[in-house]
Design a protein around this ligand. Sequence first.
Ligand code: 8YV
Length: 315
Amino acid sequence: MKHKLLQHADIAPLLSTELHSRYDVHPLWKEGDPAAFLARHGGDFTGYVTSARFGVPEATLAALPNLKVISSFGVGTETLPLASAAARGIAVGYTPDVLNNCVADTAFGLVMDVARRFSAADRFVRRGDWLKGPYPLTTSISGKRLGILGLGRIGQVVAKRASGFDMEVRYHNRRANPAVSYIYEATLESLAQWADFLVVVSAGGPETRNLVSASVMRALGPTGFLINVSRGTVVDENALIEALEGGVIAGAGLDVYADEPRVPARLLALEQVVLLPHLASATHETRQAMADLVLENLDAYYATGHACAAVPGAV
Ligand code: 8YV
């Protein structure tokens, strides 16, 4: 008999076929009244499939008395009910590492785009403005200073990309990482003060909320650029908009926002901002690898009692 799983949302078409062939999967998102469904059938399910975007609401977890494993599509864990799951001995798997390259590539693409203004230049050509005169000069990136907020697995790949452009790299984390040779800046302000490009790759959640504040942007200064590929919550979005509008910083490259998929109109109006629709991990290759790991975590749990890529601290 197949194990019964509840699926939170239509996460990735890549995942669907295999998931359905191996498990008895029920699509919760198709229920008109999910709470009523959970009240009647919550006890039937031992597994839950979700994504970093949707997580598992505490109320849903409470309505699943026999849940044993959560498998999440994504590396972010701030939407997962980790404490409640640990208290109940529920295993939690996620998809770290397989997306490092694509997220770092996106961060680096944004570094290039904000400085060299490729997206804005593309609009310039399409508008026919080239016929009226040359495009204004932009900022070079080779040899510049790149500060990384969150030198974790993805941050280290960003640093590697930067070395190919002869950039100097420094970082700020909660603690210095003795395993790396990059210079550690003890405060985010001092990192921003030093950097030409401040790249945010830290985790989301309450501990990092609004870490990139108005004063960090003042430290980054009028020739500095902010790049964010982690979570919109890490940057004080209103302070960022004010900093951009007032020329406090030179520009920003964003893949993530405070209230996705809604992007504030004031950001849309700014030419010095590159706006991406949270696409950092969204390549065929990486999304396939993430889907595979979601399945591997489930298979490993049902075979051994442990997810193969378990969230640190989870069962
Ligand atoms: C995905 C992400 O967009 O891994 C993450 O935490 O934010 C992205 O890779 C997300 O998992 C899809 O919900």
